[in-house]
Design a binder for this molecule. Structure first.
Ligand code: GLN
Length: 495
């Protein structure tokens, strides 16, 4: 096996080879590091690398494999989005305000993967504080789509999606507040899953919008996403919103196929404004395949879809304005100490430390929460959120899962939407309903349009991760459209 072959494996394949002794965890790390050296100068998926961790963790994994007591992810190379705290590893949420911040602890989801034997390669790029849909809001540099280096990888977990797509990590962790795992997964041609709100502890996640944020995996197969999710979920005393539902239930029956299942196609998602014809064609083909595999396709309606975007862009900024108040130059990261007084110090630190989009959201959120406007905006948005949740409850009376495109468009050129925040916000029309309602959702590769990946989204009822995974896996199998590794090269731009 060549070194490049090792960067194309799934967890299932790699684990078998590791246990057979055909490869070692050290081999896997070396293969990935070589691949990163070759392609990351083009893709720029990573912000930093963690050799001190990968050396120790790979050695430990190899020792345990030799002893025959290897944990489930022993030796599996993972990448971690720059919003998840890892002890001693600089973690900055893609922002200048946290430059130099080294968390004194590791968040629960990452810690559970470490306990399961994962080997951390590095920290992936993302939009600042996870606000964005293209990774262009990173305060460091934009990440590029491995399928076309002139295009965005999606966002905000664009570095994680690009790393997995380009063979620079077997698995990556992302976070999804309005679509930030599923949308970049779709644009990069990989699998990305957002769990039910409360499935995975948010302890150690730098908060954006606490009632919407969830951590989830990006992977090259549905099985891999399922394995990782089953290992990082479950009750955590350090996050009061984490649920005590059994973490392994996500795997229940998930290989059972779609025969006899009812899959709902919401007409508001199917005919959404701005959907590209090539995306629609890919989704039609996917529906055909699912029908052939034995599913019944049913028409459902989510009547409040039109109000979702507006409600999300009140609630998410409101929560972020409150969460980001802690970045005042005193406790963490950047500090403007030359200021004449404490108020000036706060203001200068925040002006210098936050980028344009973050400041826009903080202002929107502060306004929406201010006395006199609270009822008109925030409260109203929360009411709309309840209506959206009810839409889904009604729809799930008629179907087992909902299917749609993940993103109305394929990857767009770098710079195409940066001057028009509204057009960027529209990237999430099909994903943010799942966040507002707290539901599990996945995006799986579903062919291409104009040579660029398209994603199929499957949404399930609350705690129905196993249903979502079951549909996604059946589709992956029937379509034979497994994620493949991209070979990024600077010559490959499509003009
Ligand atoms: N693109 C959306 C936003 O900018 C969603 C981001 C996310 O899910 N973190 O808010």
């Amino acid at each position: 096996m060549t070194s490049d072959d090792l960067t194309q494996l799934t967890i299932t394949d790699a684990s078998r080879l590791l246990r057979l002794g055909s490869i070692s965890s050290a081999d896997l790390v070396t293969a990935h590091v070589e691949r990163i050296e070759r392609v990351d100068k083009h893709v720029k998926a990573y912000l930093r690398f963690t050799p001190e961790l990968w050396e120790k963790q790979a050695e430990e994994a190899d020792r345990r494999i030799r002893q025959g007591d290897a944990p489930p992810l022993a030796g599996i190379p993972i990448a971690v989005k720059d919003v998840l705290c890892v002890r001693g590893v600089e973690t900055t949420a893609g922002s200048q305000i946290l430059r130099g911040f080294k968390p004194p602890y590791t968040g629960t989801a990452v810690a559970r993967l470490f306990e399961a034997g994962a080997v951390m390669l590095g920290v992936t790029n993302c939009d600042e504080f996870a606000m964005g849909s293209s990774t262009e809001n990173s305060s460091y540099f934009p990440t590029r789509n491995p399928w076309d280096l002139q295009r965005v990888p999606g966002g905000s977990s664009g570095g994680s999606a690009a790393a997995v797509a380009a063979g620079e990590a077997m698995i990556a962790l992302g976070t999804d507040t309005g679509g930030s795992i599923r949308q970049p997964a779709a644009l990069c041609g990989v699998v990305g899953m957002k769990p039910t709100y409360g499935r995975v502890s948010r302890y150690g996640l730098i908060a954006f919008a606490s009632s919407l944020d969830q951590i989830g995996p990006l992977a090259r197969s549905v099985d891999d996403a399922a394995i990782v999710l089953s290992l990082m979920g479950g009750l955590d005393p350090l996050d009061a919103t984490s649920s005590d539902r059994p973490r392994m239930e996500v795997l229940n029956n998930f290989g059972a196929g779609v025969k006899g299942m009812r899959l709902g196609v919401p007409r508001e998602y199917y005919d959404v404004k701005g959907v590209e014809p090539g995306v629609k064609a890919a989704i039609d083909a996917a529906l055909f395949i699912l029908r052939q595999a034995g599913a019944e396709i049913v028409d459902v309606s989510l009547p409040h879809t039109d109000y979702g975007l507006a409600a999300y862009y009140i609630i998410a900024p409101a929560e972020c304005s409150s969460n980001l108040a802690r970045f005042d130059g005193v406790k963490y990261g950047l500090s403007e100490v030359d200021a004449p007084n404490i108020t000036e110090e706060y203001q200068q630190t925040r002006r210098k430390g936050f980028g344009t989009e973050v400041r826009r959201r903080v202002m929107l959120g502060t306004y929406a929460l201010s006395s006199g406007y609270y009822d008109a905006y925030y409260l109203k948005a929360q009411k709309v959120r309840t209506l959206i949740k009810r839409d889904f409850d009604e729809a799930f009376k008629k179907c087992d899962a909902i299917v749609s495109a993940t993103s109305p468009t394929v990857a767009f050129p770098i710079g195409a939407k940066t001057q028009d925040p509204l057009s960027m916000y529209l990237c999430d029309v099909l994903t943010l309903g799942g966040n507002l309602a707290g539901l599990p959702g996945i995006s799986v590769p579903c062919g291409t349009s104009d040579g660029l990946p398209v994603g199929l989204q499957v949404l399930g009822p609350q705690w129905g991760e196993n249903v979502v995974l079951r549909v996604a896996r059946a589709y992956e199998e029937a379509s034979e459209l497994k994620a493949v590794v991209a070979d990024p090269s600077p010559l490959q731009g499509r003009g």
